[in-house]
Ligand binder design. Structure first.
Ligand SMILES: [Fe+2]
Length: 293
């Protein structure tokens, strides 16, 4: 998949999840409204002149109508400009409030990770990897920023998983695993108010989906899995493999990318794995895998 295709797919994901886009107040007024009002004034004047003839009274009445309509137009325009300024101020305040909300959530993620020494720093690293992958794929600054936040917040739902399950996950049974799996839905619920970063919502909800439909929570397949979730899913798996876990030691960076490649396209999106390999300076991974196979 080339960079343009990545971008189109990302934008399609965003528009599919577009929530609450409004029209700026200033755009409600355009030249057509001015033209319509002026036409109405001229029509009224013409009617007066036709019905009363070219008399002084008619001319004065026509002049008054034109002045009144002109003043009304100025007043409406001024009101809309004021509304537009207030609207921009509100948008700015909303953006600042959202940044604060994201900051609070990032701190919650850090405190959740602090419960388990094996998880510390995981989300931060996944965020940076997802950001680098997005840049490699040619996404815009705004989209890359969304991916970074998506990576950092993808496991926010773990906040609801009891500590004894997290710490004892090496011996976790079916019931424990079922509980852990709820973190993707809970993460989505926590992030849902953040309508402007829909990529983060998708990543939180679907980063455990797999290309062959064996993932959770919905068993989505292939490109039905939002691109942001496929990117974060690959970054998440890579980071987990390259760090110690209670039941195993960390793989090397190269071995982890090889493992991701082995698990695609069934598990991970091959384009995302390639992007990850490129970000990690493994551009000749394909040949390397062929040699070691
Ligand atoms: Fe997760």
């Amino acid at each position: 998949m080339n960079k343009i295709a990545f971008k189109e797919e990302f934008l399609a994901d965003l528009s599919q999840n577009n929530r609450g886009v409004g029209v700026p107040v200033g755009e409600c007024w355009n030249e057509w409204h001015s033209f319509s009002a002026a036409l109405l004034a001229v029509a009224v004047c013409a009617t007066i002149l036709v019905s009363h003839g070219w008399q002084t009274t008619s001319l004065v009445m026509g002049g008054i109508v034109i002045v009144v309509v002109g003043l009304m137009l100025l007043r409406i325009r001024w009101s809309l400009d004021t509304l537009s300024r207030h609207s921009e101020g509100l948008s700015e305040s909303a953006a600042i409030a959202e940044e604060h909300y994201i900051d609070v959530l990032l701190r919650i993620v850090q405190s959740v990770e602090a419960r388990d020494k094996y998880s510390i720093g995981h989300s931060e690293r996944v965020g940076m990897l997802a950001k680098n992958m997005g840049e490699f794929m040619g996404l815009s600054n705004h989209e890359v920023r969304q991916l970074e936040v998506a990576g950092k917040l993808h496991d926010i739902g773990m906040v609801a998983i009891p500590e004894h399950i997290i710490v004892g996950r090496a011996k976790m049974g079916t019931e424990g695993f079922r509980t852990v799996k709820t973190h993707s839905r809970i993460g989505f619920d926590v992030l849902e108010p953040l309508q402007s970063i829909s990529a983060a919502l998708d990543a939180a909800r679907y980063h455990h989906e797999r290309m062959n439909g064996t993932g959770y929570p919905e068993g989505l397949r292939d490109e039905n899995i939002p691109l942001s979730a496929r990117i974060v899913g690959a970054a998440d798996a890579y980071d987990a493999m390259t760090h110690d876990r209670p039941h195993r030691l960390a793989l090397s960076s190269f071995a982890a990318v090889q493992e991701l490649r082995r698990c695609s396209p069934a598990g991970y999106d091959p384009d995302c794995v390639n992007a990850l390999a490129e970000c990690l300076n493994f551009p000749v991974l394909e040949e390397a895998v062929a040699v070691t196979a």
